[in-house]
Design a binder for this molecule. Structure first.
Ligand code: ATP
Length: 235
């Protein structure tokens, strides 16, 4: 994958998004560097998910721009934006992102298959990803036959297998207990860092945010704080 070496990986300028009378984003600027991990924090309704969806090209802002490695998402049509989401982005959500009827290995292999990788190659690669995330022997289990933490590891494998430039995670530990959530954050941040991808995590949990090298605080649709600090690292 060709990444530009200078300039931010992701760059948002003046993002505004309204839903009827509600201003979800009131002018957000945010740059995310290559390999950087950013936690987006803030109270319920402050605009965190809306910001993530605009950065990810899922929502089109009413005003402002988002550029991925210097390429403006606003210049793309919906089909092209959907290709960016598949090729250059990875997603980890709270739950429900895995296809219930497919075994873990097929859930992971599907991502490269959708990009044209032959089934056999995609399945081999998926097996290696599952093994590297501690899921050897569980390839044939369906999501309902995995624990919440195991299912999130499958989701991490699925998000990373295509070699994305940015991984977006919206409350990735929201459905897990504290210890399992910490374990998933360790796996998510470590795997993303090793893959050289940037990470944007929406969370209201300071223990989750501590795994990221930067915390951005959103209130009423604006960034009100932005601080860098040493992240937790795998022990
Ligand atoms: N599709 C939508 N239609 C109408 N209003 C919306 C929509 N999506 C978000 N909003 C509103 O925009 C504001 C910001 O919502 P958003 O989901 O971005 O907040 P959040 O910080 O992620 O909240 P939470 O932590 O509760 O998930 C809220 O007032 C919300 O009700």
């Amino acid at each position: 994958m060709s990444h530009t070496t200078s300039g931010p990986r992701l760059s948002a300028r003046g993002l505004v998004k309204q839903f009827g009378a509600t201003t979800a984003l009131a002018g957000v600027d945010l740059d995310v560097a290559a390999g950087e991990s950013v936690a987006v924090m803030g109270p319920s309704g402050s605009g965190k998910s809306t910001l993530l969806h605009c950065l990810a090209g899922i929502l089109v802002p009413d005003a402002g721009t988002v550029a991925l490695s210097g390429r403006g998402l606003h210049d793309l049509d919906e089909r092209e934006r959907s290709l960016v989401r598949r090729r250059q982005y990875g997603f980890v959500f709270q739950f429900g992102q895995l296809l219930a009827e497919l075994p873990a290995i097929e859930n992971v292999a599907l991502a490269p298959m959708l990009l044209g990788t032959p089934r056999r190659e995609a399945t081999e690669l998926a097996g290696r990803w599952l093994a590297s995330l501690g899921l050897a022997g569980m390839e044939g289990r369906r999501p309902g036959e995995l624990s919440g933490g195991q299912a999130q590891r499958v989701a991490v494998a699925r998000a990373l297998i295509t070699g994305p430039e940015v991984v977006f995670a919206d409350e990735p530990t929201g459905a897990l207990d504290q210890a399992t959530g910490q374990d998933v954050m360790r796996v998510l941040t470590e795997t993303t860092r090793l893959a050289g991808a940037s990470l944007v995590v929406v969370t209201h949990d300071a223990g989750v945010a501590a795994w990221c090298g930067r915390r951005v605080e959103v209130r009423d649709g604006r960034v009100v704080a932005d601080e860098r600090r040493a992240p937790e690292v795998a022990r």
